[in-house]
Design a protein around this ligand. Structure first.
Ligand SMILES: [Zn+2]
Length: 95
């Protein structure tokens, strides 16, 4: 059974990914000052998404309150490569 900390970390990750998605979606179609400002915000949200994902996986690994590994599930589902392309390597071993 996941603990309250895990639920809070998941909520943080969900919010970060949503904020990142919204920032990228709102990028203007032409370069310029406004594009640069939105891009910077998107980069900040991207970093937060990576950090919060790593914190979630780290908690799962350290606390073992789920009883299984999220990282191995992601690999089994074939989503690991996609996430690494989007979020970069967050230092997860994947196993
Ligand atoms: Zn826990």
């Amino acid at each position: 059974m996941p603990c309250d900390d895990w639920s809070a970390l998941l909520e943080r990750y969900r919010r970060a990914v949503l904020a990142y998605s919204q920032a990228v979606t709102s990028l203007p179609l032409t370069p310029g000052y406004h594009f640069d400002k939105v891009w910077q915000r998107a980069e900040k949200e991207r970093a937060e998404a990576g950090i919060s994902r790593a914190a979630l996986l780290n908690h799962e690994h350290e606390h073992a309150c789920l009883g299984h590994s999220l990282a191995s599930r992601a690999t089994a589902a074939g989503t690991q490569d996609t996430e690494e392309l989007v979020l970069g390597d967050q230092g997860q071993s994947g196993g």
